[in-house]
Design a protein around this ligand. Structure first.
Ligand code: BGP
Length: 458
């Protein structure tokens, strides 16, 4: 297994949450441009933080922070058009971005698809339609052939598990109906095709899945709560990594679905593809742990909580998301659990035993720009320091973590909360309502991370 020799100090972003320029140079609409927005008070992705036009300035700032890697995503609809044609101007834009990263000696790590499914594919059934698998296969073949000489580190599909669990807010399909498991299967087959094609087309190419992994705790030592955590760990986490890394359907998931009258098996024509194309590493996005209990008949699901962190999940007779009474929360109601990251890493390593790259980890917060253009985000430094300490402890315990790429490199449009929920090391001066001049200002966390990188750790 070829692994990057040096630990990668990076950061992460996605195309739709940063680029803007939603109809520039032939880009066509994705579901992020067309989906029903349930909150018109927050910024949409039309301008975002205009990374499309500011990418050189942003990369220069990230170089100044000492980054050795940057995770970006390509916008599928900038590159492939609804008629299947290739948009040369879209390829040219990402040529310029990749070439500039390499010029600055920053390793590009590219996510092929980060929540921004082409709208015309969604209109034709999205991931419930096997044609979408073929469309994705054609798309990634263009990527690997065009960029494979310069991009050697690839991530497949960002957080398929969050897409499966989320409601319509992202591109979600509802778990309440069996169709979502057909979508799960098609997403996982698409990922396998990307792994196969990357290994065929990209010399020395390395590729990994990139789910959001939050270890699931039982609310109590009640045996029924333990089983609820076992089941939700399978549904939320291991379903995705078992398919990707072990080439199997997770058996606990399979039994759970059978109880729901759903049969999920690898189709015979896919067995060779699924079992013989395995990833080189795991990209792992972690924000918090999750906690569930066994719901009593008639017990309602938790209401009014953030759906990103699995508190609102609910399958009658199986599991119910709950708030962990032993953990604090941030101002966006997301639980804080750095020890959970160490445990998640050690459990994941115990199951899969391949390198793990932390491809997202960060704190969304209301940052304040002072009159002299400073941002004193000690709360973000504390969050990152605690989670990096957990990673270093996991490494001491034998987990081969190959990189730390916090979310996010620069402020961007939060999926759920617009620009107000800021994650970046670099502040972008706009509000949800007023784009202003989009000036960039390094935060205190930028200078803290610069020092960490210089020291090679905490
Ligand atoms: C992850 C996504 C990122 C980003 C992050 C923060 O699940 O991969 O794209 O959205 O969550 O979530 P939010 O923007 O909702 O605060």
């Amino acid at each position: 297994m070829k692994t990057e020799k040096k630990f990668l100090w990076g950061a992460s972003l996605s195309a739709h949450q940063t680029e803007g320029a939603v109809d520039v140079d032939g880009k066509q609409p994705s579901v992020q441009d067309t989906r029903q927005r349930d909150n018109h008070e927050i910024a949409d992705f039309t301008v975002a933080v205009d990374h499309f036009h500011h990418y050189q300035e942003d990369i220069d700032l990230l170089k100044g922070m000492g980054l050795t890697a940057l995770r970006i995503s390509f916008a599928w609809t900038r590159i492939i058009q609804a008629d299947g044609g290739v948009n040369e101007r879209g390829l040219k834009h990402y040529d310029d971005v990749i070439d500039y990263l390499l010029k600055q000696d920053i390793l590009p790590i590219v996510t092929t698809y980060h929540f921004d499914l082409p709208d015309h594919l969604e209109q034709a059934g999205g991931w419930t339609n096997p044609d979408t698998v073929q469309a994705y296969s054609d798309y990634v073949e263009v990527l690997f052939k065009h960029f494979g000489d310069r991009v050697k580190h690839w991530l497949t599909i960002n957080e398929p598990n969050i897409m499966l669990l989320a409601d319509q807010k992202i591109v979600g399909f509802h778990r309440e109906n069996p169709e979502c498991y057909a979508s799960f299967y098609n997403l996982m087959i698409a990922e396998k095709i990307a792994i196969k094609k990357c290994h065929e087309l990209v010399e020395d190419g390395q590729i990994g899945p990139v789910p959001n992994i939050s270890l699931v705790y039982p609310l109590s030592s009640k045996p029924a709560d333990i089983r609820a955590a076992l089941t939700f760990n399978a549904v939320r986490n291991w379903a995705y990594l078992d398919f990707s890394v072990k080439g199997r359907i997770n058996p606990v998931l399979q039994a759970h679905l059978k109880d729901m009258g759903i049969t999920l098996e690898i189709q015979p024509e896919h067995l060779e593809l699924v079992q013989n194309n395995l990833p080189d590493f795991i990209g792992l996005n972690y924000y918090t742990s999750a906690t569930v209990s066994f719901p009593q008949p008639g017990e309602a699901k938790l209401a009014g909580v953030s759906d990103q962190q699995s508190e609102d999940v609910y399958e009658p007779g199986a599991y119910k998301g709950v708030t962990n009474p032993f953990l604090k929360k941030n101002e966006f109601n997301w639980t804080l659990d750095p020890l959970g990251l160490q445990t998640t890493l050690e459990v994941t390593n115990d199951r899969y035993e391949i390198p793990i790259m932390i491809t997202e980890n960060g704190l969304g917060a209301y940052d304040e720009l002072t009159a002299d253009h400073q941002i004193h985000d000690q709360y973000r430094i504390d969050y990152l320091q605690q989670h990096l300490a957990a990673i270093e402890q996991a490494q001491k315990n034998g987990v081969p973590v190959c990189g730390y790429l916090p979310w996010s490199a620069i402020d961007l449009i939060s999926v759920h909360e617009g620009i107000a929920k800021r994650y970046g090391f670099i502040y972008v001066d706009r509000t949800d309502k007023d784009v202003k001049e989009l000036k960039r200002y390094p935060k205190d966390s930028y200078y803290w991370f610069k020092q960490v990188i210089e020291k090679g750790g905490l």
